[in-house]
Write a protein that binds this ligand. Structure first.
Ligand code: BGC
Length: 767
């Protein structure tokens, strides 16, 4: 299929400035009866497409976000029912989106290109069987429509007095519009791979009057979306909607928590500025989506009525697969907060947060992938993102830490725990879906990255140039690594600088080991025996060096929980030594009164590790601990999503950093796999284990998961010293049911009830 790209903006404009949206149309004559008509469309920018005045479908911000330098998705629409004899019109509104809009933490624009482009092909099969592809460059365009400025993150400025009725249909006079310019695209065009971004839940607001007299709408739930509003007033009046997550210490609307670390600049993002036409009108932003709970209204021309506002959540469509509820309402709220952080950050790509950076930070999804797989059927979504990841490998094997790239993320630093998502995310997908295809697709990239690390481990950081010992060639201390990241009490800025000056070689070496070990697993699955042997050997060498350097005289920096959790869950340490380290970790957690001490890279494994070594009681006490840092501290502070920083609200009650980062929400995987005990034993749930682990204050917990083999249920309750378990598993699937007293039964599907009498609440640590 031949694509003809066009550029709708022909007049010279200052590309650094925000631009109006382009309205583009093309008329096509069809003179014979049509059997089938299919419209293929894409853009560099984001587009809303129409055929004979009708919007193509419900998808938002098409064609979606990919590494546009390599790959561009197109959409396919069946327009057979809309085709008319004679003139037909294809229309599109095109905005800046990820291609040209603000990307990342700062105000960088035009990252992928300065010129918006559009391409469409109409494939017609006539009744007589002849087939034709209609595509050329004869499009008409204008930038004089109602969207005066548009940006995905900063704002949408609209003047509805410029509305152009019927512009996308037959009969519109486009004589004042101009011809578009022929253009081209160098990357690969691919049919849409990921789930479409669509409107989802709707929310109604409450009205709040703040101490400084502002009028604010509170939608009660932090989320990603846009606000649909109805307003009437004098034509020419401009109203403003400002979207934010937080209320400040004085009770006023604020965006201060979204300030980038170190920046003093006034933050101006997430705004709709709307100039009214005559009469009553309803609007919702087309090319701006925001992360918010609150909306500050400016210059509202009439009395506020809640029924005039609806917030519509927006996220990439996925089937919800997992559910959890228990006797502790605060944990239930935590579960809900994690679900909302996932929804908020599953917008075309897995992002860190939906307001400040909105970027595909690889470390965040690396630690959250297991939770994401329990909560939703997200394989298409993640596979599409991994395909972009693969395109970004440099010739020396180095990998980026943000995918697709954003201005600051163009540098590939092979950052430990972040770039390693290239192995971690596919491994989780394989565990949940058992499909080898994704492993095949990423295999060479991981292998080249492991080799890249082998080469750079040989170079030494200036701090260590005098170190000797043959094991040192397996200690990785160069490159830029974020380290544990967001450990309690550490600041974003300081941690960033530290990563630059003195990267943490313990973290870097451990992750190099982990990816090498995962590569070995993949080689085995894919039948690459030579590689499996070779990388097993390398993994052993790194492990040995790690033990020699970091574990020979106990653990250095031993007041940090991450230093204990990491070698344990990565199985960098074994046997008695592992037991000792686990016991120290347990004691440390007790001494800290069960507040969390881990950051991004080990929080997701803190509770699993404690449970794996038999410290179930400690795990539950950390989970249910109401103090800061702790998951329930966030819940009790009124959080409706998961915070980026454990101290999301400071001692003066001021909000700190993003309130919508899912990384620490990775505890939900523990709720499924340990509290409810639903786990795949072999990839794709071919073999299942149900091993519930009751504990803490919980008197019951209901866990369910729609696996690709079918529905799995594990509902347990404690009553008068008795333990009851209700299990549901698909017919014909081998399932090992492990009860808390250590007894095991293998079943092959069906509904089963279990009962332990005189159960004292002492969990038997059967692995
Ligand atoms: C992002 C994180 C990200 C990190 C890198 C932050 O600014 O919001 O979630 O992973 O940078 O360490």
């Amino acid at each position: 299929m031949k694509w003809n790209f066009i550029e709708p903006e022909i007049n010279e404009i200052n590309r650094k400035e925000y631009q109006p949206a382009s309205y583009i149309r093309k008329s096509i004559m069809i003179n014979r009866p049509v059997r089938q008509a299919t419209l293929f469309m894409t853009a560099l920018g984001v587009y809303d497409g129409y055929f004979n005045g009708k919007r193509l479908d419900e998808q938002l911000l098409r064609p979606g976000f990919t590494n546009y330098r390599a790959r561009l998705q197109y959409q396919t629409h069946d327009v057979t029912d809309q085709v008319r004899a004679g003139e037909n019109v294809i229309g599109a509104v095109v905005g800046d989106g990820w291609y040209r809009g603000t990307l990342g933490p700062d105000e960088d624009r035009n990252f992928y290109g300065e010129y918006l482009k559009l391409a469409a092909v109409l494939q017609i099969t006539y009744e007589d069987g002849e087939e034709e592809y209609l595509t050329d460059s004869s499009w008409r365009a204008t930038q004089d429509g109602p969207i005066r400025n548009n940006d995905l993150k900063v704002w949408e400025i609209v003047d509805m007095r410029r509305e152009m009725q019927g512009w996308n249909d037959v009969g519109f006079d486009d004589s004042t519009w101009h011809n578009c310019k022929e253009s081209s695209y160098d990357g690969i065009l691919i049919p849409q791979e990921g789930a479409p971004l669509i409107e989802q839940e709707e929310m109604a607001p409450k009205i709040i009057k703040t101490p400084n007299g502002e009028q604010i709408l509170d939608f009660g739930q932090n989320h990603t979306g846009h606000v649909k509003f109805t307003v009437s007033g004098a034509a020419g009046t401009t109203v403003e909607l400002h979207m934010g997550e937080c209320i400040d210490e004085a009770g006023n609307f604020t965006l201060s928590n979204l300030q980038s670390a170190g920046s003093k600049k006034k933050i101006e993002i997430q705004q709709v500025k709307y100039t009214l036409k005559e009469g009553t009108q309803t609007y919702k932003s087309r090319f701006l989506i925001c992360g918010y709970r609150y909306v500050k209204l400016v210059n509202w021309p009439e009395k506020l009525k809640t029924e005039n506002f609806t917030s519509i959540a927006i996220y990439s469509d996925f089937d919800k697969t997992g559910n959890f509820s228990c006797s502790n309402e605060e944990i239930n709220k935590l579960f809900s907060n994690v679900c909302w952080s996932m929804k908020s950050n599953f917008a075309e790509i897995p992002t860190d947060c939906p307001q400040r950076e909105r970027a595909g930070w690889t470390g965040d999804i690396n630690v959250f992938a297991e939770t994401a797989n329990y909560l939703g059927k997200v394989d298409d979504f993640l596979v599409k993102w991994l395909h972009d990841f693969v395109t970004l490998q440099l010739s020396d094997g180095n990998l980026p830490y943000v995918v697709p790239p954003i201005p600051m993320g163009t540098v590939s630093n092979g950052s430990a725990g972040w770039s390693d998502a290239i192995a971690g995310v596919p491994m989780e997908l394989y565990r949940f879906y058992g499909d080898k295809k994704i492993l095949e697709q990423v295999y060479d990239t991981i292998k080249a990255f492991v080799e890249f690390n082998r080469k750079r481990a040989k170079k030494k950081h200036i701090r260590h140039c005098l170190k000797s010992g043959s094991h040192y060639q397996y200690i990785l201390d160069t490159g830029y690594h974020f380290g544990e990241w967001m450990e309690p009490g550490k600041s974003l800025l300081k941690e960033g600088l530290l990563g630059l000056m003195a990267p943490d070689e313990e973290v870097a070496t451990a992750w190099w080991y982990y990816s090498t070990w995962q590569l070995t697993q993949m080689a085995e699955v894919l039948g690459k025996d030579k590689d499996a042997k070779e990388y097993k050997k390398l993994a052993e060498q790194i492990k040995e060096a790690y033990n020699q350097e970091f574990l020979s005289d106990g653990i250095k920096n031993s007041d940090r929980q991450c230093k204990y959790v990491r070698p344990l869950y990565m199985e960098l340490v074994e046997g008695k030594k592992a037991q000792e380290i686990a016991s120290k970790l347990n004691k440390m957690c007790i001494a800290k009164d069960y507040v969390i001490g881990t950051g991004f890279l080990t929080t997701y494994k803190l509770l699993p590790t404690l449970c794996d070594y038999g410290y179930v009681d400690t795990a539950y006490k950390i989970l249910e601990n109401p103090k800061c840092p702790g998951w329930l501290y966030e819940v009790n502070s009124g959080a409706t999503t998961i915070w980026e920083n454990w101290i999301g609200i400071d001692e003066k009650s001021a909000p700190v950093n993003s309130h919508n980062h899912y990384a620490a929400g990775s505890v939900v995987a523990w709720l499924f796999a340990y509290c409810g005990g639903i786990r795949p034993v072999t990839p794709g749930f071919e073999k299942i284990q149900i091993k519930p682990i009751p504990g803490g204050s919980l008197t019951w917990a209901n866990t369910s998961y729609e696996s690709i083999k079918g529905r799995l249920v594990s509902n347990w309750k404690l009553e008068n010293g008795h333990f009851y378990l209700h299990v549901e598993v698909p017919e014909g699937v081998e399932t090992e049911v492990v009860l808390p007293d250590g007894s095991i039964e293998v079943i092959w599907g069906g509904i089963k009830e279990y009962h332990l009498t005189n159960w004292q609440g002492i969990y038997s640590s059967v692995h």
